[in-house]
Design a protein around this ligand. Structure first.
Ligand SMILES: [Zn+2]
Ligand SMILES: [Zn+2]
Ligand SMILES: [Zn+2]
Length: 127
């Protein structure tokens, strides 16, 4: 038998965090207990993989006002939402002439499409 027993550690019933004996209230850890008392509902738990930032959509370990840390800091400093870096649009290529084109109608660039539309044939391209 050990001289003194180790402190009783139990798991919070909500977040499963280990809680040392005295802090275990109503089968909850202090954080969960406080939250439940204050809000009348269970403390939202961090989903597996992290929270989703509502601004940039990145997963992160904690949200502040629904934002990840960089988004929150930007918002706090500038008073506006952090501009999002979106990947540039992938230019599509015309199936007929092979030119990159922003607009693609039936796989053709506007020139090739108009030609095809008017003549019913594919525009001939000479390399
Ligand atoms: Zn808890
Ligand atoms: Zn973010
Ligand atoms: Zn074309």
């Amino acid at each position: 038998m050990p001289a003194h027993s180790p402190p009783l550690v139990r798991a919070c019933e909500h977040c499963h965090r280990p809680v040392v004996g005295k802090q275990w209230t109503d089968r909850l850890c202090p954080a969960c207990y406080q939250y439940r008392r204050r809000h009348g509902s269970d403390r939202p738990l961090r989903p597996p993989g992290g929270w989703l930032c509502q601004q940039c959509g990145q997963r992160c370990q904690g949200l502040i006002r629904g934002r990840c840390r960089p988004c929150y800091q930007y918002w706090h400093r500038h008073g506006g939402e952090r501009p999002l870096r979106r990947p540039p649009p992938v230019p599509r290529r015309c199936a007929v002439c092979g030119q990159p084109t922003r607009e693609s109608r039936r796989g053709r660039c506007p020139t090739c499409y108009m030609y095809w539309y008017r003549t019913g044939r594919e525009r001939r391209t000479t390399p």
